[in-house]
Design a protein around this ligand. Structure first.
Ligand SMILES: CSCC[C@H](N)C(=O)N1CCC[C@H]1C(=O)O
Length: 356
């Protein structure tokens, strides 16, 4: 069904076909769970006429069923078989969409098989994926609930003296117990490390006076959640507590700015203005949010350049932050869906500052 939608979109936009390697687009379009297959060529070829054929390594002979497929075994040259599939689907030349994340060595060999004009698959598939249907939103609610429950669990742990990477591992285990897995490696950033938005958890132990950024997410049936809460260990400096309140207000303002018909950049502006008003504008160093779904970062991006007009069914994060070198940082993040014209939080863990 979704493959047929892709085919009609390709027709509409004058593309002849698509070559799709394993990843979230392949899963979204076919439901096939083919993990990144490493170096072994695995591609789905789809024509704008609605025909499609998978080329997969022999390892999948007992896995892929009821789907038009050709297998190749180790020792064979898979590109000979791919050339045959392209010819069968009348795609030996023309305007082709290529999966954005395809390995460069595959792409280089595919280019040699014909005379193509190549374009990124995302330029077309984004039109299908950015608005989630009811089933997708249910999956995302489930992933978000798991993230909320884990935050409550974290608050019951004895965090004082724990190393960042120990806490990250405990969060990862908790996520894995409640869901299908992590949506990305948890971030635990304490004290001055919290000034780095993408800090990699290390050996630092959590101590009194720290603000600690916790950023993690769960996956449910492929769909991601992504939550950030910042907690205090003991009593941090007055400046950090003030910063917390500024970020909380910025996050709330951005959330309230979410409306069907509003541009993504208006939501970003609402957060950015609150932070600038409080005098911390230069310390908010990233966009306000990003789309969320099968990928943890996808369209629509909620940044100062976000021209996407928000529509019902769009799902994204709102996660302003303030990061001050040598002092630390604060970020608060929720997942939001546009429903009935307004934003609705999917993650709902308490946003008041917790002092542990
Ligand atoms: C996929 S790792 C980062 C997850 C995090 N929630 C996140 O998306 N961000 C943290 C800082 C800003 C934002 C980002 O755009 O990377």
């Amino acid at each position: 069904m979704r493959l047929q939608k892709l085919a009609s979109l390709m027709k509409e936009k004058n593309f002849d076909g698509a070559v799709i390697s394993p990843g979230t687009n392949l899963y979204y379009l076919t439901g096939l769970k083919i993990h990144e297959a490493g170096e072994r060529l695995t591609v789905l070829v789809v024509s704008a006429d609605g025909n499609y054929h998978l080329l997969a390594p022999g390892l999948y002979e007992n896995v892929v069923r009821n789907f038009p497929v050709t297998f190749w075994r180790d020792g064979e040259n898979p590109y000979h078989k791919l050339a045959w599939i392209l010819a069968e689907l009348e795609l030996s030349s023309g305007r082709l969409l290529i999966e954005d994340t395809m390995r460069a060595d595959w792409l280089i060999n595919i280019i040699k098989l014909g005379r193509f004009e190549l374009h990124p698959l995302s330029s077309v598939v984004r039109e299908l994926r950015t608005r989630k249907d009811r089933h997708e939103i249910e999956m995302m609610k489930h992933a978000a609930k798991a993230a909320d429950r884990i935050f409550d669990e974290i608050l019951s742990w004895d965090l004082l003296g724990m190393r960042e990477r120990e806490l990250a591992l405990k969060i990862e285990l908790a996520v894995r117990e409640l869901s299908d897995g992590i949506s990305f490696e948890p971030i635990v950033a304490s004290g001055e490390n919290a000034a780095n938005p993408h800090h990699e958890p290390g050996e630092r132990r959590l101590r009194k006076g720290d603000m600690v950024i916790l950023d993690y997410g769960a996956r449910w049936r492929g769909y991601c959640s992504d939550i950030t809460r910042t907690i205090a260990i003991g009593r941090p400096s007055e400046k950090l507590v003030e910063i917390y309140e500024v970020v909380k207000e910025a996050q709330e303002n951005a959330y309230r700015a979410v409306r069907e018909g509003t541009k993504a950049k208006e939501v970003d502006r609402a957060a950015r203005e609150a932070i600038a008003r409080a005098g911390y504008g230069e310390y908010f160093t990233h966009r306000t949010g990003h789309g969320l779904g099968l990928d943890v970062h996808e369209e629509p991006y909620i940044g100062p350049d976000g021209e996407t007009i928000l529509e019902n069914g769009m799902t994204f994060t709102i996660e302003p932050g303030i990061y001050i070198p040598s002092l630390g940082g604060v970020r608060i993040e929720d997942d939001v869906v546009v429903l009935d014209g307004k934003g609705k939080r999917l993650t709902r863990a308490d946003r008041e500052l917790v002092f542990l």
